[in-house]
Design a protein around this ligand. Sequence first.
Ligand code: NAD
Length: 357
Amino acid sequence: MIETFTYEGLPIRVRFGRGTLAEAGVEVARLGARRALVLTTPQQAALGERIGGLLGTAFGGQFAGAVMHTPVEVTEQALAALHGAAADCVVAVGGGSTTGLGKALAQRTGVPQLVIPTTYAGSEMTPILGETAEGRKTTIRSLDVLPETVIYDVDLTVGLPPTQSATSGLNAIAHAAEALYAKDRNPVISLMAEQAIRMLSSALPVLMHEPSDTEARMQALYGAWLSGCCLGAVGMALHHKLCHTLGGSFDLPHAETHAIILPHAIAYNAPAEPEAMAVIARSLGTPNAARGIYDLAYRLKVPTALSDIGMLESGIETAVSLAIENPYWNPRPITREGVRALLRQAWEGLPPQQPTI
Ligand code: NAD
């Protein structure tokens, strides 16, 4: 049934395909820019140099210091590099950490961004910036940080190791799954979400064994793009809140945390959202949404317990308190007991249990 809804399209230009990286120079020119600062993590510095070569005279320099959670000290260093290079745009090449740095620079200076993603995190499609200062991560939502152009080149994802492909892909599935029961859900984004889950859940098991399977890489990246659109367009709920809390307060790795929490958060919300659950299950090709996600993660051999990724049992109670301290929207009311039970299941890595209330 179609109900009253609001749909707001975000103004982003997207090029998707194979070999599209070659168009980086043309896209920089299209932004009206003359000199680009290329951003990468230290691990992807060589890729940044390669892209610098492709940009020719528009290459203004490289800053290869992006790290996770966008600490403001790193942004200050990148800002100095941007001014030092007299650059008038940024080209962010990498995962969500590098994209985050590009957004932080855009917010401070207004420079346009060309983002070239190499993971499935989806940050490139969102007007959201998370930054860390003095150990606290805060998030803003503003069109000022929305990238102008995104080049998806499947060839750049072929080197993403199988385990990282799996956790990053599950991170993407989380955006799509929560979009299906978002407070501001709409039928267009729900279509994207369903297709995203279908694409990712069929491609990820193939990539585990054949990381260079081009068709599966195409599907996974296409699914990740759709998931990023979902994250950018509608509000998220319990799952994203929990992952944000766990990542920020216990320094747990981003994609792995999403992969572990997702089946439990979906099980928590299942009684309140039977229609969304039916769509998730259908797109996974399984009878039950939460169990289907858990089984997918298990099959992909990613960590399924918070204890596997360094969270101490003593942290559960702190995490429960942090997760419920600021009220936020969720389709099922959030209770201390409910969140505690969810986190305990996730800490132990047990299959998700659907509440009966
Ligand atoms: P990441 O960007 O931290 O990348 C992890 C590591 O993998 C890095 O060392 C990176 O250089 C390397 N890497 C990336 N692509 C590779 C490839 N193809 N081959 C080999 N190595 C590669 O990880 P991520 O999960 O993409 O991003 C996580 C960060 O993004 C978090 O800080 C998270 O909060 C943020 N994020 C933000 C949004 C948003 O909308 N603001 C959305 C999703 C994630």
